[in-house]
Design a protein around this ligand. Structure first.
Ligand code: R5P
Length: 300
């Protein structure tokens, strides 16, 4: 396997290459004064399995076009199989046409990758796993979703949160809390979050939970503005939770998200390295999970 860490995921790509006992292949990359990206990857790739590692966190559009350029070029250079590792898959939250006339952006991104000849796509904790099945069956690309929750829960279990209650801030993410509970063992549940499709406003219904005097962890796929996480933490603290951790796979932390979450009462913030962030917290690498998945794919 030849591993090519893209400009958005150099460190993660290097760790994945190390885990596969190979040397990462460099990419020449620069941004022209008008904002366009230049990409050059190095031959020989003929008849090789090529793994491109490129997350698509902000700036999403730029990161996506770079991903498309690398995938297309690898194919043009004769790679026999192209596997894209895109831990954070941008545009995956728009996983259908919620309002008539809206662009179905998840479908668009997958269609482009498939049309470029990408054989496999590895993503981490995609917003709605079921949405992948629908696009997967329409295109030739195969999509594989891995989860960082066991790594996050494992860390918290060893660091003061054993027996903690696992919460997801909305019903759609209950599988994350459930997976975490298999390690933490303190029960799991969810709050009910609704988002106004027109204004984007969030409303959270805080249910009564048995968390008084206990530790709790809120698990979500993404922290972006921090609003969802902050409200969930306030809900838990308001019911007397003693110590609360905020955990997510994709630490986008836009604007003052970190401050909002800390002010809401988070005692610990933990996330994976699916995207690069300057947020202070515990970072857990997903490289070993990606390596395991790659080994599984090539041995199939
Ligand atoms: C959406 O439902 C996702 O699972 C996250 O809850 C959401 O993206 C978090 O966004 P924010 O941090 O802006 O509230």
């Amino acid at each position: 396997m030849i591993v090519i860490p893209g400009p958005a995921s150099r460190e993660l790509g290097e760790q994945i290459a190390k885990g596969l006992s190979t040397v990462p292949r460099a990419v020449d990359h620069r941004i022209f004064p008008d904002g366009e990206s230049y990409i050059k990857i190095y031959p020989e790739l003929k008849n090789e399995t090529v793994v491109i590692v490129q997350t698509t966190a902000p700036s999403q559009d730029q990161r996506l076009i770079q991903l498309f350029m690398m995938a297309r070029t690898a194919k043009a250079l004769g790679a026999s199989r192209v596997i894209c590792v895109v831990p954070y898959l941008a545009y995956s939250r728009q996983d259908k046409m919620f309002l008539e006339g809206e662009a179905y952006s998840l479908d668009l991104v997958i269609k482009i990758l498939s049309d470029l000849g990408v054989d496999d796509l590895i993503v981490a904790d995609v917003h709605n796993e079921a949405s992948l099945d629908k696009v997967d069956e329409r295109y030739s690309i195969r999509i594989h979703n891995i989860s960082g929750v066991s790594l996050l829960a494992g860390y918290l279990n060893e660091n003061g949160f054993k027996g903690a209650y696992s919460l997801s801030p909305d019903k759609g993410a209950i599988h994350l809390a459930q997976a975490a509970d298999s390690l933490l063992g303190g029960g799991f549940g969810y709050f009910e979050k609704t988002r106004d499709r027109r204004t984007g406003e969030i409303e959270m219904k805080v249910k009564d939970l048995e968390v008084s005097g206990r530790k709790a962890v809120v698990f979500d796929d993404i922290i972006s503005s921090g609003g969802t996480m902050a409200r969930a933490i306030e809900g838990l603290k308001g019911q007397g939770a003693d110590k609360v951790a905020a955990a997510c796979t994709h630490a986008l932390f836009m604007g003052d998200a970190e401050r909002r979450i800390r002010e809401a009462g988070a005692d610990v913030i933990a996330f994976t390295d699916s995207v690069k962030t300057s947020t202070e917290g515990v970072t857990i690498t997903i490289a070993p999970l990606v390596v395991t998945e790659l080994n599984r794919l090539v041995s199939e």
